[in-house]
Design a protein around this ligand. Structure first.
Ligand code: BT5
Length: 274
């Protein structure tokens, strides 16, 4: 099967239609955009509805977390962001990044025969290298509920090489899959499909209870030793998986359990990035 994807936005629109996901998502494609997250935020300010998806062939100012940069050349990868208008309060927003991570991992599993894993909280890795980054941003309404949430995803699909500054930790589906081309439209449509499914589950309880099992199954560090880069001093522990709010539960050497909140510290495998 050929998966050449020169008209990939048309293919993406078709896959969303064929899976019925066009009832939730409305897609808009840009040859070039500063950042799909910024684009969705602008649309949100103008009153756009939940489910609006911006897809960029190229981003001129792709963003990571904490002001970091997301390398976003044209022609190889998938960059997309979408708008949610959740009816819950701010504390329920952070775990949505984990919901998205799980959804991308499921989509990658469906698209290629590769051992995909999640590096807590939200990096998707294959053979120990990062293939996807997720950036969630939110704005609060005057009533204390969320006005909007934007989830932005960058998936390295057909990248053949990476800038030396990230080459040791970044990879693409193509590089890991013996040089085969992978359809950007398929993996993007599948990510949106799984997110929609998982988001419905998330909204039932407003936490991860219905998704913990699926998430922990794909967690790279599960039952392995990890190094916790605590500002008070690093320590090692055994990772046991997440709980319903997305915290990582670890067992300390003295047998006690500790809960690590997302964003609090970084957790690494003891032999490298994962
Ligand atoms: C992330 O940040 O992983 C979130 C990235 C989100 C990107 C998407 S693309 C669509 C949407 N629009 C945007 O503007 N952003 C979102 P963080 O965990 O902070 O990781 C950033 C770090 O990953 C950088 O400092 C680099 O070390 C590395 N990096 C940069 N570009 C990369 C790439 N293409 N592949 C793998 N690693 C990369």
């Amino acid at each position: 099967m050929s998966v050449a994807d020169t008209n990939w936005s048309e293919d993406l629109a078709r896959y969303l239609y064929e899976t019925g996901e066009d009832s939730f998502y409305t897609m808009k494609y840009f040859e070039t955009i500063d950042s799909t997250n910024e684009g969705i935020k602008r649309a949100a300010a103008e009153g756009a509805s939940e489910g609006l998806v911006y897809v960029g062939e190229e981003q001129t100012a792709g963003k990571g977390r904490l002001g970091r940069k997301w390398v976003s050349p044209a022609g190889e990868a998938s960059y997309f962001s979408f708008l949610l208008r959740p009816k819950f309060s701010a504390e329920h927003v952070a775990p949505l990044t984990l919901v998205m991570g799980l959804s991308v991992a499921e989509a990658v599993q469906e698209t290629v025969m590769l051992p995909v894993e999640i590096k807590w909280p939200n990096d998707i890795v294959i053979h120990g290298k990062k293939i996807c980054g997720i950036l969630t941003e939110a704005g609060l309404g005057s009533n204390g509920l969320m006005d909007y949430v934007v989830i932005g995803i960058g998936i390295n699909v057909n990248n053949k090489s990476f800038d030396p500054s990230i080459a040791d930790r970044a990879t693409s589906l193509k590089l890991e899959w013996g040089g085969r081309d992978v359809s950007r439209a398929l993996v993007t449509a599948a990510s949106l499909k799984y997110f929609h499914r998982n988001y419905v589950k998330y909204c039932e309880t407003e936490d991860l209870s219905g998704l913990i099992k699926d998430y922990n199954y794909l967690l790279a560090s599960r039952d392995k030793q990890v190094r916790i880069e605590d500002p008070k001093g690093p320590y090692t522990a055994i990772s046991r998986g997440i709980d319903k709010d997305g915290s990582l539960i670890v067992d300390l050497p003295d047998g006690t359990e500790r809960k690590i909140a997302t964003g609090e510290v970084s957790v690494r495998g003891i032999y490298g990035y994962v």
